[in-house]
Structure formats: structure tokens, C-alpha cells
Design a protein around this ligand. Structure first.
Ligand code: FAD
Length: 370
């Protein structure tokens, strides 16, 4: 919350300024740095791509490490979970968490970088709130347009980032497939700076549900959800009423016997049937799950459920910063950071792009003159 609120104020300011100005400043006027730095960028999603472009524009030499086999990050749809005939058990980490029918929840006008608008191509998805494949196409064309693919080392996962004793450079250890073999090998390189763009939608956060260990049903996190079919005829309790909870519960309601949304924001003391849906109810938080298969809500209602779906968000996670005390994640807040980007102690040699939640994220990643 803190991460979001503080950030919103800055973003509103930048939005007004961008709207007032008819064009971006001419970056060719920007003086070149006195020394070109070698910069490791971790992740080739939207944040990593735009960071790499800007670093190169400023005369630096970025190397982008991407653990998967393509650019685009979150927007690469992985269909593998479709295959599960029944909901799979708890998954702890996934690259992509898009469901098959996901469309953007922001209009495309708010999802392009300011100087590379997200306009509908003749052969693409021309809707104002397009499907996920269109966003991936946009990011891939951004990479092509600014010639970024050559900067990206695919299937190369950063496993450790540590500060050199000099204090001005960073040792980056990474793991990649050995050439001509399925085995992985590790290597290390030293960089002048590191930009962390590893995203924050891959480490699921699960709700604590009292009694759930003895409860016989299946649990999963929204990160594993792809299509509704596996939930045919089932009673599903969805925890959380954010964008994922509302989208997924409606998707599932088309095939499930019943869908029960549990939300801490429920203002009603009793459960309510959701208008316009024959098989959806809105409840307060879950009180407990029981051995006999029932899920009991704070409002006193109970249902015998087959599945609990946790649409309860994600956790910030920087597993490669193991020995570094520069920042910590406390109560899902990354601290201390100046403008949610720079840890003051080591700025500008270490930075984080794309941390704020609930915002026009592509705009936030775009550099401003603040
Ligand atoms: P990511 O896209 O997650 O990219 C991070 C990259 O880092 C990944 O490619 C990952 O493989 C790589 N990586 C991670 N760790 C390592 C490592 N150790 N070494 C090497 N590589 C690594 N935003 C919107 O603007 N509009 C929407 O409608 C919208 N809908 C969303 C719906 C869902 C379900 C989710 C989960 C998010 C949605 N978002 C939306 C937010 C979305 O995350 C952002 O749009 C944006 O894609 C974030 O980009 P990123 O580069 O910060 O992170």
C-alpha cells in the first residue's frame, strides 16, 4: 500500500506534465556520460526492455539477462496449466500467470511507452482493451524497433548479485544452458551497475486459512489458473476481490456449480447473491475450513467446497540478493528506496524498475526528468 500511495502522487505529477507538453524532450540533446558503464539488467519484460533502451541511449552498455526463452515477461502466455484435468495443487512459482481469456484492464492508450504508442496494427487485436497476445506483440515489436534483442541473453538466470569490495561494482552470477547440452553451467561477470527488472507477479501470496491442512479439497493460486473447464460442476471458493479474483470468478461461474467470493471488503453481515449471476455469492472473509469439506465464513454462512482459489496477490522477491542488506522486503514493501527506484546507500549503481502496484505501469517505467 505504502509502495502504491507514495508513488501515485509522483505519477500524477508526471502525467500532468506529459499531457501539458506537446512532445518528449529531444534526447539527442542529452550530454553523453563521461564514462560508459556496463550495466546488468535483470529481466526482459516491459521494465527490462525500456531500461535497456534508455541505458543505451545514454551511452551505457546494458546486458539483459532473461531466464526464459523470450522477451515480454508476464505477457508470455503459458498454456501448460490447461492440461490439468483437475486443479493442480499449490504452485509456488510460475513465469506467467495469465488466463487464456485475459484482456488488459487498462485501455491501450495507458499501456504504451510515451514515445512508442500501443496502437492497433492491421492484423492484431484492435480492441481498446486487447487480449494478452496483443500486449506481447507490442513488447516484441518495441524490442525489434529499438534493436534490443541483441542485448538480451535468453535462458540465462541471474542467481546472485553481490557488491564488490570496491563498493562501485557488482559481481553477477548467472546460470545458463551449456552449449550442446541440457546441463546448466554457472558463470560470473562484473558490472558497474545493476538494474533489477525481475517483475513481481511470480511469487504467489496465499491467504492463511485456519484448518485448511485437514480440509480435503484442492487449493490453487490464481497464478495457475488458465481456463474454466477443470472446474465444471464444482463448488469453488475464490479468495480476494481484486482484478484476478473478479475476472476468474466470473470465468469459472460459466461452468461451475457454485462460485463463492470471499472478501475482506464485504460490508454485509450476511452472504449475498451477486446480481446478474445465478450461481455466485459474495461473502465476508473465510473463518475456517473443516475436515468435512466445509468452508465457514465470518458472516456465519458455510458451503461444502471442492476448491479454494487464492486470488491473493504476489510477494516481492529478489532471491539473487541473498547476501546483500541494501534493501529488505518487509510486509511486502521494498525499503529503503528513493522514489521506489534507488536504494540511497548505493544509488545509482543499483536500481529497481516497475515496483509500484495499481498504476499505469508502462508509464511508470518510462524515465522522467524528476
Ligand atoms: P515481468 O513482465 O514479470 O518481467 C520480468 C522478467 O524478469 C520476466 O521475463 C522473468 O522471466 C525475468 N526474470 C525474473 N527473475 C529473473 C532472474 N533471476 N534472472 C533473469 N531473468 C529473470 N499491467 C497493465 O498495464 N495492464 C494490464 O491489463 C495488466 N494486467 C495484468 C494481469 C495479470 C494477471 C498480471 C499478473 C499483471 C498484469 N499487469 C498489467 C501488470 C504487468 O505485470 C505489467 O504490465 C508488466 O508486464 C510488468 O513488467 P515487468 O518487466 O516489471 O515484469
Amino acid at each position: 500500500r505504502k509502495q502504491t500511495q507514495k508513488h501515485r502522487r509522483g505519477r500524477r505529477h508526471r502525467f500532468l506534465r506529459a499531457a501539458a507538453s506537446s512532445r518528449r524532450p529531444d534526447r539527442s540533446d542529452t550530454p553523453m556520460p563521461s564514462r560508459s558503464l556496463r550495466v546488468a539488467v535483470i529481466g526482459a519484460g516491459a521494465a527490462g526492455l525500456v531500461a535497456a533502451r534508455e541505458l543505451r541511449r545514454e551511452g551505457h552498455a546494458p546486458v539483459v539477462f532473461e531466464r526464459t526463452d523470450g522477451v515480454g515477461g508476464t505477457w508470455v502466455y503459458e498454456a501448460d496449466a490447461d492440461a490439468s484435468a483437475s486443479p493442480e495443487p499449490l504452485v509456488t512459482q510460475r513465469r506467467s500467470n495469465l488466463d487464456a481469456s485475459l484482456r488488459t484492464n487498462l485501455p491501450r492508450e495507458c499501456m504504451g511507452f510515451l514515445d512508442f504508442p500501443f496502437v492497433a496494427g492491421p492484423d492484431g487485436d484492435t480492441r481498446r482493451f486487447p487480449g494478452h497476445a496483443e500486449v506481447l506483440r507490442y513488447l516484441q515489436s518495441f524490442a525489434r524497433r529499438f534493436d534490443l534483442d541483441g542485448l538480451v541473453r535468453l535462458e540465462t538466470e541471474v542467481v546472485r548479485v553481490s557488491r564488490e569490495t570496491s563498493g562501485t561494482s557488482w559481481r553477477v552470477r548467472y546460470s545458463r544452458k551449456a552449449s550442446g547440452s541440457e546441463k546448466r553451467e554457472t558463470d560470473e561477470e562484473v558490472f558497474d551497475a545493476v538494474v533489477i527488472c525481475n517483475g513481481h507477479y511470480s511469487q504467489p501470496h496465499f491467504a492463511d486459512v485456519a484448518g485448511v491442512d485437514a480440509w480435503p479439497g484442492k487449493q490453487l493460486h490464481s497464478t495457475s489458473y488458465r481456463v474454466p473447464e477443470p472446474f465444471h460442476g464444482q463448488v469453488v471458493v475464490v479468495i480476494g476481490c481484486g482484478p484476478s479474483g473478479t475476472d476468474i470468478s466470473r470465468d469459472i461461474a460459466g461452468v461451475a456449480k457454485e462460485v463463492h467470493l470471499a472478501s475482506r471488503w464485504s460490508l454485509s453481515a450476511t452472504s449475498e447473491k451477486l446480481p446478474g449471476h445465478a450461481n455466485m455469492w459474495f461473502h465476508s472473509e473465510i473463518d475456517r475450513a473443516q475436515e468435512d469439506g466445509s468452508v465457514v465464513f465470518h458472516d456465519g454462512s458455510r458451503v461444502k467446497a471442492d476448491v479454494i482459489m487464492h486470488c491473493t496477490g504476489y510477494k516481492y522477491n529478489f532471491p539473487f540478493l541473498t547476501n546483500d542488506a541494501t534493501v529488505s522486503v518487509d510486509d511486502n514493501c521494498v525499503d529503503p528506496l528513493y522514489k521506489h527506484v534507488f536504494p540511497p546507500q548505493v544509488a545509482p549503481r543499483l536500481s529497481f524498475i516497475g515496483l509500484p502496484l495499481k498504476d499505469a505501469v508502462f508509464w511508470d517505467m518510462y524515465p522522467s526528468e524528476d
